[in-house]
Design a binder for this molecule. Sequence first.
Ligand code: MSP
Length: 481
Amino acid sequence: MKKFYITTAIPYANDRPHIGHALDFLYADILARYHRKQVNTLVSFSIGTDEHGSKIAEKAAIDHLSPQAFVDKMAPLWQDFAKKLNVSNDRFVRTTEKGHEQRAALIWKALEKDIYKGKYVGWYCVGCEEYKTETHVADTNGTCPLHNRPYDKLEEENYFFKLSSYTEKLINIIETQSLRVVPTSKRHEIMNVLKDGLEDLSISRPKEKITWGISVPGDESQVMYVWFEALMNYITVIGYPEHEDFKKLWPADVQVVGKDILRFHAAIWPAMLLGLGLPTQKNLLVHGFVTSGGKKMSKTLGNVIDPITIIDTYGVDAFRYFFTRHIPSTDDGDFTPERFEASYNGELANELGNAVQRVASMIKQYQDGVIGDIPEASHDQGQYHQAFIDYTFDKAMEFIWTQVRGLNQYIDTEKPWILAKEPDGGDHLREVLAYCVSNILEIADLLEPFMPDTSAKINILFKDGLVHPTTGSLFPRHEAK
Ligand code: MSP
């Protein structure tokens, strides 16, 4: 039995999801569903919420709630979001769960040989939950461009992790692709960071400054730095160190994260794993950012897009389709309502929906719904499978769409409606339509990881050699209001 363990970054529970947050969930879900289709593969797929740190504590205070009450209110929004997106995760970790907290303490203790106490004098951005270098602060004139807030100056006693001592090992692991960072541009980016050398990392904060975190084992005056503790979720959720699942599933086969958190996942996290004597994750997929109308989404600009509204208007598969086909997985991509609607009407309604509808209604009209013998599909699917190795999901979709377009062309060339009028056209007509069904079923199979509901609906429509009644077209045309 093979195993496939996949994780996503765990989003902060300080705000509600926007469309950018969908990418981690979606890409990981596509991979999980693809691997579940392979024989003899045990797939485990984990997502979750990141619930400690200053950012959460600040937001809770604004809402006049305790941090715990606040995250208890927010976590279900993320769980519902994942369900709404039809994400097939079998695990969901909240970093405020007792299990995570206890196991995080065990990890801290196991890393103690690499931990020492020191003084941190420098900068911190609460928005990024990240320590910032003097150069970075100077380059950005003292204000974080991502969060539009000044950096905090810190001067405090903290615990440090000997990150610097892992630099050479990390270079080696990434160079030899024992940890494969995809795409190559991101591998080069992290290699440049590593070649400049890593500094030791402050991994705790004094409780007098922030109380909302997991206590450092053996020192009640400190809490763990939120990132250090959040990264641990990838192994606490499967039961590090003793649980069978952990022994079976680690190392993760793929971890999916956005480009802003590359350094955490390609340097800090693998160094922690090396410190624990564990293998690093095998693959790291670093995706780009979604912009809205060409700009970073921000409340000030008023261009934050709510994924739930899109899903409620167009259906979950239309959402999944757009974000895999039109946002390249290894680069940035742009969302506009116009692009979305054009792709929905032009590709889903007019191409896929139409092909399925035409074939089904012709079989009903000319053959009383009986398809007859369906030939085996015989397309070479090499490109499609390669796209799963490269994580270029847009390419896999492109491949599927070549088949959808080919099918529509085939129908236009064969003109079954003419054959139906020919006195001796019956056998050929049956062959033509059965061939169309064979193509559609192949398309449905290829679409399954991307658009599971659509795939299932197509399979039901053409089940057992018959065309079954449906409740309407797969993608009814959508008229802009
Ligand atoms: N809590 C940390 C992750 C900890 S993992 C141990 C975090 N949270 S986040 O909510 O800011 O981001 C969650 C994920 O969403 C990250 O992978 C991030 O890159 C991704 N994205 C956030 N905004 C995005 C876009 N606009 N576009 C694409 N992905 C984006 O970072």
